[in-house]
Unconditional design. Sequence first.
Length: 200
Amino acid sequence: MMPISPCRLCGATKELQESHILPGFVFRWMKQTSATGYLRSGHQPNLRVQDGVKLQLLCRDCEGRFNNWETEFANQIFYPMTKGEAVRAPYGPWLLLFCASVSWRVLVYHIYGNHLTHMADALLPSVKRAELTWREFLLGNRPHPRPHEQHILPLGGGALESYTIPRCRRISTDISFARPICPLRATTGTPSAMPSRGRS
């Protein structure tokens, strides 16, 4: 049985789900394209792991909210580009929400996992402001995540098409795009416990 506790995103006291810090489809892809079919932890490279880092973080409603944006990203951008089926990918307002959701989860992982002890005390208020800004944006209580921009690197040689904000909607496009510089499979390592595809 899942624990009943306040959801880190919406604050409602509900049964919490086991939430991936980095999206689950990333780890499924890493295993499927690995020579061995296994993942290994950066902390214990000799130990095989089955999945990425999870925390009892979100209620079912918020987990579903994130899953919708992950599904769009996976189907519209990630899989077509990693399979070489697309050189350009369309996107909508869900992309900024997806990016902010990943940034927020990684930050919460570091905050509540006590992984920020290396930071100067003077910087911690900025960390808290970023977490609050992203959380409010993800809940629909802010029209944009400024000043905490999101940056995405379309790796593997692909490109993302520009997105025009419809006049009738106030949707932010605070996403910066950079020139591809390296293959996608070499860049998945945000949380410190991020597994890698180890050799057998």
